[in-house]
Design a protein around this ligand. Structure first.
Ligand SMILES: Cc1cc2nc3c(=O)[nH]c(=O)nc-3n(C[C@H](O)[C@H](O)[C@H](O)COP(=O)(O)OP(=O)(O)OC[C@H]3O[C@@H](n4cnc5c(N)ncnc54)[C@H](O)[C@@H]3O)c2cc1C
Length: 341
C-alpha cells in the first residue's frame, strides 16, 4: 500500500500514545509525557495523548497530572486489548486529521509493532528504542538510541513534517511537572466492527513474571556472586515467584552461567527501573549499580557491613543470605498462601 502523505502545516504538537495494561497506565506512558512536555514547551506546542481502550476515561486526570493538554479518547470494547488491525486505523486517522509534529510511542512489544505500521502508513521517519530526545537548531527532533547491544549510542536527526519515535521504558524516569493540567478530552467514535481485524485475541495468558523483560519489570530479585551458584539461584526464583518479580543478576552470575546474559543488569547489561530492586549477595560495583540506580527502592542483603551496595540501598540487611532467604520465603508463603515446595 502507498503511504498516505501527511501534508498539513508543520505542527508543534507532540503526541504520546498511552499504553495501559489491566486498566492501569504503564509507567513508560508517564516517562514519555515528561519528555513530550519538555519538547512541546520548547516548541511552544501542546502535549496531546492518544488513549485507546475500553472504559479508560478514568485515566485522563492522571495524564493531566503528568503534563497532557489534550486527550484523544477512543473507547470501544474491541479496543480492550491491542490488535494492530484495530488500533492502526484509529490512530492513522487522527494523525491525518490533526497533523502532529512528533509522535512518541512506547518501545514495548505493542508500541514497536504499532510504530512501524504507522510509519509505513504515513511515510514518516521512525527511530526506535530511543533513550534521549532533544531539539536540533531548526527545531527538528534529535534522538539518541543504543546500538549493538547497548555498546554504542547513536544520535539521529529526524526531518519531515511528522516524526515518529519509540521510547525505551525506564530510560527517562518519571517526572511530575510542577503544574498539573485538566486536559481537554476529545472523544472519538472509532466505528469498529469485529470483522475488521484479521486476527482475534482468543485468550490472555499472563507470562511467568520471573521471565519477563527486566526493562519492563516492576519488581526484580537480583543475585550476585554471594548466591554461590546455580543451586543458590533456586531460592531467588522462589522469592521472585512469591513477589511476582523478575530474576536478574550481576555479570559474575552471568559469566559463571548461573543466569543467561539477557538477565544481566549493569553497564554492559540491562538498565532497569523497577519499583523494588532486591540485591542479594551483590557487592554494588559501579558497573552494576549504573544499571539499577533508577530503581525506586533498593533492598540489599549482604553479609559484609562495608559492602558498597549499602551506600545505595534504602533498606539494608547485613546478614548471611542463606539464613535470611528461607525465613523471607516462609513469611511470604504465609502471606500469599502459595507454597514453594
Ligand atoms: C567494563 C566493565 C563492565 C562491567 N559491566 C558489568 C555489568 O553490566 N553488570 C555487572 O553486574 N557487573 C559488571 N562488571 C563487573 C563489575 O565490575 C563487578 O565485578 C561485578 O558487578 C561484581 O559482581 P558481584 O557483586 O556479584 O560480585 P562481588 O563483587 O564478588 O560481590 C559479592 C558480594 O556477595 C556478598 N556475599 C558473599 N557471600 C554472602 C552471603 N552468604 N550472604 C550475603 N552476602 C554474601 C559479599 O559480601 C560481596 O559483597 C563490569 C566490569 C567491567 C570492567
Amino acid at each position: 500500500m502507498e503511504p498516505e502523505q501527511v501534508t498539513a502545516q508543520p505542527s508543534r504538537n507532540v503526541w504520546v500514545l498511552a499504553e495501559c495494561r489491566e486498566g492501569e497506565l504503564l509507567e513508560v506512558t508517564l516517562e514519555m509525557l515528561g519528555d513530550a512536555r519538555q519538547l512541546a514547551d520548547k516548541l511552544q506546542g501542546q502535549v496531546e495523548v492518544l488513549l485507546l481502550g475500553n472504559q479508560v476515561e478514568s485515566l485522563v486526570p492522571r495524564l493531566g497530572q503528568y503534563g497532557a493538554d489534550r486527550v484523544y479518547l477512543a473507547e470501544h470494547p474491541l479496543l480492550e486489548r491491542y490488535l494492530s488491525d484495530l488500533y492502526l486505523p484509529v490512530i492513522a486517522d487522527l494523525v491525518r486529521q490533526h497533523s502532529p509534529g512528533i509522535v512518541i510511542l512506547p518501545a514495548t512489544a505493542n508500541g514497536q509493532d504499532l510504530a512501524s505500521r504507522l510509519a509505513a502508513r504515513t511515510g514518516a521517519p521512525l527511530v526506535s528504542d530511543c533513550v534521549i530526545f532533544k531539539l536540533g537548531s531548526a527545531g527538528e527532533l534529535e534522538a539518541v538510541c543504543p546500538g549493538f547491544g547497548d555498546k554504542v549510542y547513536v544520535r539521529i536527526l529526524l526531518t519531515g513534517s511528522l516524526q515518529i519515535v519509540t521510547m525505551r521504558p525506564g530510560a527517562a524516569g518519571v517526572e511530575k511537572p510542577k503544574k498539573a493540567r485538566t486536559p481537554e478530552v476529545v472523544k472519538i467514535e472509532p466505528g469498529l466492527s469485529p470483522g475488521q481485524s484479521r486476527t482475534r485475541l482468543m485468550e490472555y495468558l499472563p507470562g511467568d513474571p520471573r521471565l519477563i523483560d527486566l526493562v519492563e519489570a516492576d519488581r526484580i530479585v537480583s543475585g550476585g556472586r554471594g548466591v554461590g551458584g546455580p543451586e543458590g539461584f533456586k531460592i531467588l526464583e522462589q522469592l521472585a515467584d512469591l513477589l511476582g518479580a523478575a530474576v536478574g543478576g550481576t555479570r559474575v552470575a552471568v559469566d559463571n552461567r548461573w543466569i543467561p546474559f539477557e538477565r544481566q543488569i549493569g553497564q554492559t547489561g540491562k538498565t532497569v527501573a523497577p519499583k523494588l530492586y532486591l540485591a542479594i549477595g551483590i557487592s554494588g560495583s559501579s558497573h552494576h549499580i549504573m544499571g539499577a540506580k533508577g530503581s525506586e527502592t533498593i533492598v540489599a542483603i549482604n553479609s559484609d557491613p562495608n559492602a558498597p551496595i549499602f551506600k545505595t540501598a534504602q533498606l539494608k540487611v547485613c546478614a548471611d543470605l542463606h539464613e535470611v532467604l528461607p525465613i523471607l520465603v516462609k513469611k511470604l508463603e504465609g502471606l500469599t498462601g502459595k507454597t514453594q515446595g
